[in-house]
Design a protein around this ligand. Structure first.
Ligand SMILES: *[C@@H]1O[C@H](CO)[C@@H](O)[C@H](O)[C@H]1NC(C)=O
Ligand SMILES: *[C@@H]1O[C@H](CO)[C@@H](O)[C@H](O)[C@H]1NC(C)=O
Ligand SMILES: *[C@@H]1O[C@H](CO)[C@@H](O)[C@H](O)[C@H]1NC(C)=O
Ligand SMILES: *[C@@H]1O[C@H](CO)[C@@H](O)[C@H](O)[C@H]1NC(C)=O
Length: 345
């Protein structure tokens, strides 16, 4: 007699052997799709793995049939990204990349003096091609520069046919009587244009006026122009205050306006003074007086400390102030010690 439980069990076993077990939802593989995708499959049902666009299969099997055991076989299929052609070098430029695989993007820059023709980045497509096409770096050039009015091109060396390369320079000069405003040297920029052109303008200066107690010479012309020169001089005993030669500057002014300054007569007859760092006798060195601008140092006594110090005096247009502390000694007062012979304080 067979127990009913066993019968039940056997019949179940029998059924399972004939019908088989159902397979579960298949294992998910990276970058792969399963067709058809269901939560369970009857034994004998077929599934196919395909790689997603941009990925290619490597190894393993793509097609499976649900076995009677209800267990999908172990799948060793791999879906690997497509690899685009090597694009790691850009002549006269640089490429930034991590890998050349789908779906990565690489980017491009050109070296200084070169400009990018094309897109500054490209993507590796599903088909394993770069899109858009890879760019190139071409040298930056500037066309020959225009010459400003009243100017002439004095230096220009095109290195790219008639054109200049990036960083190339051209130098302009103004025609005579014209002054330059702006920079006379222009440079070919990274935009393929030149830096700002200078301007040349005609510049006139008024006739320089004659200084009092002196004279001025300038070219005998109707009009004085930029860079014309005038020279100044002074009559006897007068000294020129300013440069001997002045020039008409670009602002229509003279570079300086010199004048003639009077010499100084000295009330002091005898003294040892310092002039240009040396001890001199005032009566020898300045017997004809001092010229405008000359400076001397007088010796004075500090009575309490019994020492000497100096004070400066300068001839300014006919006037010199002798320091109050200075005491002049008569040539006869030989027993008195001059301040210049006393030790310095
Ligand atoms: C340079 O310019 C000259 C005169 O304009 C022209 O005849 C010549 O074809 C140019 N050369 C080049 C390389 O462009
Ligand atoms: C003029 O420009 C050049 C570069 O193009 C520069 O080196 C120079 O210092 C400039 N000169 C002046 C006076 O600005
Ligand atoms: C040169 O070209 C750049 C870009 O187009 C522009 O910004 C610049 O003003 C131009 N320079 C001159 C001097 O024209
Ligand atoms: C030119 O000279 C005049 C008179 O001496 C003066 O007023 C003016 O400021 C000067 N201008 C320049 C740019 O030096």
């Amino acid at each position: 007699m067979i127990p009913p439980v066993l019968i039940f069990f056997l019949s179940f076993l029998c059924h399972a052997a004939i019908a088989g077990r159902t397979c579960p939802k298949p294992e998910e593989l990276p970058f792969a799709v399963v067709v058809p995708l269901k939560s369970s499959y009857a034994p004998g049902e077929e599934i196919v793995y395909t790689c997603q666009p941009g990925y290619v299969s490597r190894g393993g099997i793509r097609r499976f049939i649900c076995p009677l055991t209800g267990l999908w076989p172990i799948n060793t299929l791999k879906c690997l990204p497509r690899v685009c052609p090597f694009a790691g070098i850009l002549e006269n430029g640089a490429v930034r990349y991590t890998t050349f695989e789908y779906p990565n993007t690489i980017s491009f820059t050109c070296n200084r003096g070169f400009s990018l023709k094309g897109a500054n980045s490209a993507k590796c497509t599903e088909e394993g091609k770069w899109s858009p096409d890879l760019p190139v770096c071409t040298p930056i050039t500037c066309p020959p520069p225009p010459t400003p009015k009243f100017a002439k091109l004095s230096v220009y060396k095109p290195l790219a046919g008639n054109n200049s390369l990036y960083g190339g320079k051209a130098v302009f000069e103004c025609l005579p009587q014209h002054a330059m405003f702006g920079n006379g040297t222009i440079t070919c920029t990274e935009h393929g244009n030149w830096t700002e052109l200078p301007e040349c303008k005609e510049v006139k200066c008024p006739f320089p006026s004659r200084p009092e107690n002196g004279f001025v010479n300038y070219p005998a012309k109707q009009v004085l122009y930029y860079q014309d020169k005038a020279t100044y001089g002074c009559h006897d005993t007068y000294t020129l205050d300013g440069p001997e030669e002045v020039e008409c500057n670009k602002f229509g002014n003279w570079s300086a306006q010199p004048s003639c300054k009077a010499s100084c007569k000295l009330s002091v007859k005898r003294a040892t003074v310092i002039y240009e760092g040396e001890r001199v006798n005032i009566q020898d060195k300045f017997k004809n007086g001092m010229l405008h601008g000359q400076k001397i140092s007088f010796f004075c006594k500090n009575k309490e400390k019994k020492c000497s110090y100096t004070e400066d005096a300068q001839c300014i247009d006919g006037t010199i102030e002798i320091p109050k502390c200075f005491k002049e000694h008569s040539a006869l007062a030989f027993w008195k010690t001059d301040a210049s012979d006393v030790k310095p304080c």
